[in-house]
Write a protein that binds this ligand. Structure first.
Ligand SMILES: [Zn+2]
Length: 190
């Protein structure tokens, strides 16, 4: 985050998908956010007409979103989820609001609630050289799976477990941790 203006710009990112789950609208703040987070190819109207699922990685994640979208369209209630959107120097605590309309469109608003500084975490750096090793990170709470079914905070993973050194920074793949999965599934599974 470079200045106050960009902080405000990304305070609320809005986007809308149609009944067919394709993007029909993204707010100007979407573009600011995309550019600041190393994804300029998604800025402006590049995603309009594209399926939202093309941008979600991991089978668990896609399944979860399908479940949430279905629930949202059927219930006509606004759904609110906390999530994290971190960078190497900061933790961003955010909230995603989803509401459907009578045409089955889903309107998303991602709001920034709080920003706290962190000790630089190389795992979250964009341009770091990565080894072939893969490690799963939960898209919602940012826990990482350091061994089979063992999930820890991403800063703890770096500091206490000493698993990563300069020549062995693993690639991150996005998924969902068991806690988040159970929490979402219990709320939205039919
Ligand atoms: Zn999680």
């Amino acid at each position: 985050m470079k200045n106050k203006e960009s902080l405000l710009a990304m305070a609320t990112v809005k986007y809308t998908i149609g009944y067919d789950d394709r993007f029909v609208y993204v707010s100007p703040s979407w573009s600011v956010f995309a550019k600041e987070n190393g994804a300029p190819q998604l800025a402006d109207n590049a995603v309009i007409g594209r399926l939202i699922f093309d941008f979600l990685t991991g089978i668990d994640c896609k399944e979860l979103y399908r479940m949430i979208f279905k629930h949202c369209r059927e219930s006509n209630r606004k759904l609110i989820f906390p999530f994290r959107c971190d960078s190497p120097n900061i933790k961003r605590f955010m909230e995603l609001h989803i509401i459907s309309d009578s045409q089955g469109k889903l309107h998303f608003e991602a709001q920034l609630l709080k920003v706290t500084p962190r000790k630089y975490n190389v795992l979250l750096a964009k341009c770091t050289h990565r080894s072939d090793r893969m490690i799963k990170i939960c898209s919602w709470c940012k826990l990482v799976e350091i061994s089979k079914d063992h999930w820890v905070d991403i800063d703890t993973a770096l500091e206490q477990h000493g698993l990563f050194n300069e020549s062995d920074i693993p690639k991150l793949t996005h998924g969902i941790c068991p806690n988040c999965y159970v929490s979402f599934a219990s709320r939205y599974k039919k």
